[in-house]
Design a protein. Structure first.
Lengths: 552, 318
């Protein structure tokens, strides 16, 4: 048996194993090892201690899409709707519930009317000083959201045509066209309701003093590059919550230091993004922390391969298929410290969107093949496309910024491409330059990067494949695909929309516009004394920690 | 000319030379950040870069004007003590620098103190016990100190005690909240930074002292029957440490560079972290402000070293 066919067999087995893992996740949900808290009486008080991996850029949610800002704000602000949190919500599911909205109706396809909770008060801090929240605040927030220069999240609500205050506690949204995802978009962690007084006093919301909300905790202090300190909002509108009196968020950019803090008991949650621990370090953590609670689930974030469809040879579907066949996700995810072989394959909508991500085995025959690593098949496809000896190209990637695991994955990818005959010359770009130019399409042939953490499934195809969207860097303009994307947005019936979204993913794979891809199956971990907590994807740390309590 | 007058003239001449140095440095620190690929305006607007928004923001930040106009404006503002505002946070650069500079300065001064306290005595011992066991151990330790990067030591020191004993170095606490705790938190990072510098100082001290110990005036001192301590410390060491003083001046720049990663690992909110963040974000006023402060400190340090040279060795005049 040749070495290549061994590789092929191994890889297929590995992919099937990963696919089985994804299927298991989809069918049974994430793996949980959390102690039941329901039977116990929650205790009030104490300080929840966690780490974040970077300092906030600033505190204006309408001037950034960065998690570095949105995560700290999640403790402070509320929005009309939110993704439900708590032990009853399994990771990778995103059910909606009212936050400031007590109820809502949809009189027609383009109109939504929200009834606000009564008696909600802003934090008792200047310049708002605890006044009651009204429908005017909602209108002010979204008018600012849609009109302020430089709001990168504007596409979230771009279908909103008009916002009207019907009375003190009722607000009406009129959309320019039906948008089946409107409520999901409204629950995004970029749509915090902000106070007009803060904008008027400070000019914008960038300064820490301007972070005055209606959320469960008040931002008491920000020590740049050191910590964020929060205290309980005494007037929080959900009676009895939050349980913890304080939250201390340590800002620690060094992974070794973050891990050390957790192992030494200075924090209550695992040190990486979304309270994850690297698989490599999990056994050590379990040894040091008896009763450690864990939850395994797939991450949104995944690798991303960008190509210029307009530049030869990438307009040829056989070349695109060859690229996927020559990409070995199993090898990548088995070699990384973060994943250690724990991964799931992704179609266009990542597996972390359990309900909307099509299982790989339901893709079309050509689409399914993209997930089977095979150097001989890749070579065959290239020969059919007129490149029997392969071809040379360039690929841009950030030199730093995504961390060592990403850097390793790039090297593995290039090695396998080269074996298939695709000689991609790596052009490292400084991280800042990469995210300000390459991901907007300023590259010659190809790039390797990471893609989104969007909590709504639509963004994964709307933003990337819809003509005119800034992230459609490949230059996709396929009338059939565009029509399907528009159709799903107009389809309010969920099962029907799901079928269209599945069709879109099938089509993208068949056309090799989206191919071999995967995400880490991460493990979040929290100490035995933390009760009533469950992690999930997304920036809403505050929402998920609101009902957590400390059993000490 | 009297010695005091000569010294004063010398210092004045050095100060005059420092002014064009600072001007040239200011031009470099202004232009270099703008040569880094990547547009701060696109970074600020991130993935949804609306064309008009880009132009509006560029105009609002004053980045649409010719670069020489921006430079002259900036220089004028600096002369008035106005370092500008961060493009991202709108915080005053001067107040941010004023808040962080003492942190980095404390770390740097303590690291240099550690370097001197370790490097010179061990260098002296190694030189006076040339080729003996102590010399061998000292030289081996110096090579180890030079070979192991400070960040590796820092990670080991951070992680292993946490795994073995559940202990980690203290997190940053401001001087106003806990003066003693504030100083204590610098001990470990200062030792790690200082040890790397101490290795070089030790080797230089040893080499220079061995050379001086072979000179005639030292032989005369021995012949007069003076004790070893007097010969070495009083007669030989003063001349031997003159190059060490020069190296100490250079160590300021080295430690300023090394402190970036040490601040990162130990979570110390000093100038290093501030600078790295500013570079990643292309926050021009912050990059310019920090670099100007660092350049000024290095120029002043070198000036001080030159003056110290003249004080240590009266034969040296320029």
């Amino acid at each position: 048996m040749s070495r290549r066919s061994v590789d092929h067999d191994l890889s297929r087995r590995q992919v099937l194993k990963a696919g089985a893992g994804a299927l298991a996740l989809a069918v049974t949900g994430p793996q949980l090892a959390a102690s039941p808290a329901e039977a116990q009486t929650p205790k009030r008080g104490g300080t929840l201690r966690l780490t974040v991996i970077t300092d906030p850029l600033h505190f204006d949610p309408h001037q950034t899409i960065s998690f570095a800002t949105m995560v700290p704000l999640s403790f402070v602000y509320s929005r009309l709707l939110k993704v439900k949190a708590g032990p009853s919500v399994k990771p990778m599911t995103y059910p909606l519930e009212g936050d400031l909205a007590e109820s809502w109706t949809q009189p027609n396809d383009t109109t939504y009317v929200f009834k606000l909770r009564k008696g909600v008060r802003w934090h008792p801090k200047p310049p708002v000083n605890g006044r009651e929240l009204t429908a005017d605040d909602v209108k002010y927030t979204y008018d600012r959201f849609l009109s302020i220069k430089g709001n990168a999240n504007r596409p979230v609500l771009e279908t909103v045509e008009k916002i009207e205050v019907l009375d003190k506690h009722t607000v009406k949204f009129t959309l320019a066209e039906p948008n089946a995802w409107f409520l999901d978009h409204l629950a995004s962690t970029s749509t915090w309701i902000v106070a007009k007084e803060c904008v008027e006093k400070f000019g914008d919301l960038k300064k820490v003093e301007s972070a005055v909300g209606t959320g469960p905790w008040m931002l008491e202090r920000w020590e740049p590059n050191v910590r964020l300190m929060y205290t309980r909002n005494p007037n929080y509108f959900v009676s009895g919550l939050p349980y913890a009196d304080n939250v201390e968020v340590l800002i620690d950019k060094d992974p070794a230091s973050r891990l050390a803090s957790w192992l030494a008991g200075k924090t209550d949650f695992a040190p990486e993004y979304q309270q994850c621990v690297r698989w490599l370090e999990l056994p050590l953590a379990k040894q040091r922390k008896p009763g450690l609670q864990t939850a395994e689930y797939a991450w949104f974030t995944s690798g991303s391969t960008g190509i210029k469809l307009g530049n030869p040879p990438f307009g040829d579907i056989r070349v695109r298929r060859a690229l996927s066949r020559a990409t070995n996700q199993a090898e990548i995810y088995e070699s990384l410290a973060f994943s250690q072989g724990n991964w799931v394959p992704n179609p266009a909508v990542p597996a972390a969107h359990a309900e909307w991500s099509i299982p790989i085995d339901q893709l079309g025959p050509e689409g399914r093949k993209l997930y089977e690593f095979s150097i001989p098949e890749a070579k065959k496809l290239l020969a059919e496309a007129g490149f029997p000896n392969g071809f040379k190209t360039t690929v841009e990637a950030p030199g730093t910024g995504y961390g060592p695991d990403f850097d390793d994955s790039v090297q593995i990818t290039l090695k396998n491409w080269k074996e298939a005959g695709i000689d991609a010359q790596l052009q490292l770009k400084e991280y800042g330059a990469f995210i300000s130019s390459t991901i907007f399409g300023k590259f010659d042939q190809m790039f390797l990067g990471l893609r989104g953490a969007w909590t709504d499934p639509e963004s994964y195809f709307y933003r990337i494949f819809m003509p005119g969207q800034p992230l459609n860097v490949m230059g996709v303009n396929d009338p059939k695909l565009t029509e399907m994307i528009k159709l799903q947005r107009r389809t309010l019936d969920v099962p029907k929309r799901k079928q269209i979204v599945f069709d879109i993913q099938r089509y993208l794979a068949d056309q090799a516009l989206f191919g071999s891809n995967g995400s880490v199956r991460v493990v979040s971990a929290w100490d035995a004394h933390i009760k009533n907590f469950m992690p999930n994807n997304g920036f809403d740390y505050g929402g998920r920690m609101m009902a957590a309590w400390i059993d000490k | 000319m009297a010695s005091g007058l000569r010294m004063r003239n010398y210092v004045l001449r050095r100060l005059l030379v420092a002014i064009p140095s600072l001007l040239i440095a200011s031009f470099i620190v202004f232009t270099l950040p703008r040569l880094i690929p990547g547009d701060v305006v696109q970074l600020m607007l991130e993935e949804k870069a609306y064309g008009k928004d880009l132009e509006d923001l560029r105009a609002k930040l004053g980045l649409n004007r010719p670069i020489h106009v921006q430079y002259v404006d900036w220089l004028g503002a600096i002369a008035r003590g106005d370092f500008g505002e961060s493009l991202w946070t709108r915080q005053s650069v001067l107040s941010e620098v004023a808040r962080r500079l003492p942190v980095t300065a404390t770390l740097g001064v303590m690291a240099i103190a550690v370097a001197v306290a370790i490097g010179i005595p061990i260098g002296v011992i190694a030189a006076t016990r040339q080729d003996g066991l102590l010399d061998f151990v000292a030289r081996s330790a110096a090579i180890l100190g030079l070979s192991v990067p400070a960040f590796v030591t820092a990670i080991v020191v951070t992680l292993l005690p946490a795994i073995w004993w559940g202990w980690t170095p203290p997190r940053f606490v401001a001087f106003s909240k806990d003066p003693a705790g504030h100083l204590v938190q610098f001990i470990l990072p200062a030792i790690i930074l200082g040890v790397a510098s101490a290795a070089g100082i030790m080797r230089l001290t040893r080499g220079m002292l061995l050379e001086v110990l072979r000179q005639d005036y030292v032989r005369t001192a021995w012949a007069k029957g003076l004790r070893e301590r007097v010969v070495v410390l009083k007669h030989a060491l003063k001349n031997a440490v003159i190059p060490v003083v020069t190296v100490l001046g250079l160590q300021v720049a080295t430690i300023a560079g090394g402190s970036v990663i040490i601040e990162w690992i130990f979570g110390i909110p000093g100038m290093g972290q501030f600078l790295v963040d500013a570079i990643v974000q292309r926050d021009y006023p912050v990059i310019q402000g920090i670099n100007l402060v660092i350049v000024t400190i290095i120029v002043v340090t070198n000036l001080t070293v030159d003056v110290a040279y003249a004080v240590l060795d009266p034969r040296i005049r320029y």
